[in-house]
Ligand binder design. Structure first.
Ligand SMILES: Nc1ncnc2c1ncn2[C@@H]1O[C@H](COP(=O)(O)OP(=O)(O)OP(=O)(O)O)[C@@H](O)[C@H]1O
Length: 370
């Protein structure tokens, strides 16, 4: 049995569940209904899933809308599909392509949470008179002395807290994440127990609107300049070869840089879209001393205390490293590698998400490579 209202009277009675058609949010809906909440399922249609974009298992493809509907029917709850295609195109897909054109490595799932799921869907849930909006994200919302806090999922292999750094306190107050304390095996067991039609459906992969992981095709279609070839240069500007479009590279990458005859391995240090140049250098040149953040969202109190010691993650798969939070900047205790503009920098205190921002600019730890 789940408790959607931990420590928060009055108890929620009407719950909107964001149903993607996958097993996780389907189980959330079934658990809410079982717990006696008046449960309403909502699925967002996020893009036109024509033949070119259709992808099995993606969160917003047509078959998933159908799956969500079948689940809602099976558990006996009302289910609505809302068309958010144009908003999703503008705020998520166009933004994704723009970021690549700027030489960044974007994370569209965070943008989607920020601009669609936790904004418009949350408003819809309020309009429906719901007491909360529940999703299948693997994060925990725990009550602390000053209110709701965002924490890592107990199943650390599933934890999605990095992707939710932009959740505001107001949104967090209204959101519920019933799966945050459960291992995936337990979620699957619930799906079996409820006899859900999606019980054995595979987990969705990667970015929902990118078929077969081929994001370059989508970006090239929207921002052809990001796919144009240019020079590969070293830190001094010496031309070493040609690249096949900056879209294909990310900071820290070593494989797939087509320059032969180098004694030592070279890594992508920087993307320079204005000059259409790919700057490469030795591993030492990747060391980053600090990063400037934009659109900072802080959940650990009113404002971050200046110079606060935190642990930060600069990629979803990176281990947290010690740093100091100084204004809109994060200063790493020791050089951090593979810090790519466009990714998020998320600060933690233990398992709690304190806040985060987008990596805008990085400061090299090597004075002469700055
Ligand atoms: N198209 C959508 N409509 C409504 N809610 C969605 C949609 N896509 C995702 N969500 C919500 O966001 C949560 C996290 O989405 P994410 O894409 O990370 O997971 P997922 O693998 O699609 O999860 P699930 O197994 O629930 O499908 C989902 O569990 C669901 O609550």
């Amino acid at each position: 049995m789940i408790d959607l209202v931990t420590g928060k009277p009055p108890a929620a009675t009407r719950v909107v569940v964001a149903m993607s058609g996958g097993v996780d949010s389907s189980v959330v809906a079934a658990l809410c209904a079982e717990a006696g909440y008046e449960t309403i399922g909502i699925t967002l249609q996020l893009y036109d899933h024509g033949a070119a974009l259709a992808k099995k298992g993606a969160c917003c493809a047509g078959s998933d809308i159908h799956d969500a509907h079948r689940v809602a029917e099976a558990i006996g709850i009302p289910h609505y599909v809302l068309d958010y295609e144009s908003l999703f195109r503008e705020k998520v897909i166009e933004d994704f392509a723009d970021a690549y054109a700027r030489g960044e490595t974007p994370i569209p799932c965070v943008r989607c949470n920020q601009t669609v799921k936790f904004r418009d869907l949350l408003d819809v849930a309020r309009d429906l008179g719901a007491d909360c909006l529940a999703t299948g994200h693997y994060v925990q919302r725990l009550m602390g002395p000053a209110g709701a806090e965002l924490h890592r999922a107990t199943d650390t292999t599933r934890d999605q807290s990095y992707f939710l750094f932009a959740t505001t306190q107001t949104q967090l107050d209204y959101l519920r994440f019933p799966l945050g304390g459960m291992p995936k095996t337990e979620v699957r067991a619930h799906a079996e127990r409820f006899g859900l039609p999606v019980a054995t459906k595979p987990d969705s992969q990667d970015i929902c609107f990118v078929p077969n992981g081929n994001y370059a095709d989508i970006v090239r279609k929207l921002r052809p300049e990001a796919g144009e070839a240019g020079d590969i240069v070293d830190l001094t500007g010496r031309v070493l070869g040609r690249h096949k479009g900056l879209i294909h590279y990310t900071v820290g990458q070593r494989r797939g840089i087509e320059i032969g005859g180098q004694a030592d391995p070279l890594y992508v240090v920087r993307l320079d879209p204005e000059a259409r140049r790919l700057v490469v250098g030795p591993r030492e040149a990747l060391g980053i001393a600090a990063t400037e953040l934009s659109e900072v969202n802080w959940l650990g109190g009113a404002v971050p205390p200046e110079g606060l010691a935190v642990e930060v993650k600069v990629r979803s798969t990176a281990a947290p490293v010690p740093a100091r939070w100084v204004g809109g900047e994060v200063r790493f205790d020791s050089p951090e590698y593979g810090v790519a503009p466009g990714q998020a920098c998320v600060a933690y205190a233990g398992d709690r998400v304190l806040g985060g921002g987008w990596i805008k600019r990085t400061v090299s730890a090597l004075a002469d490579a700055a």
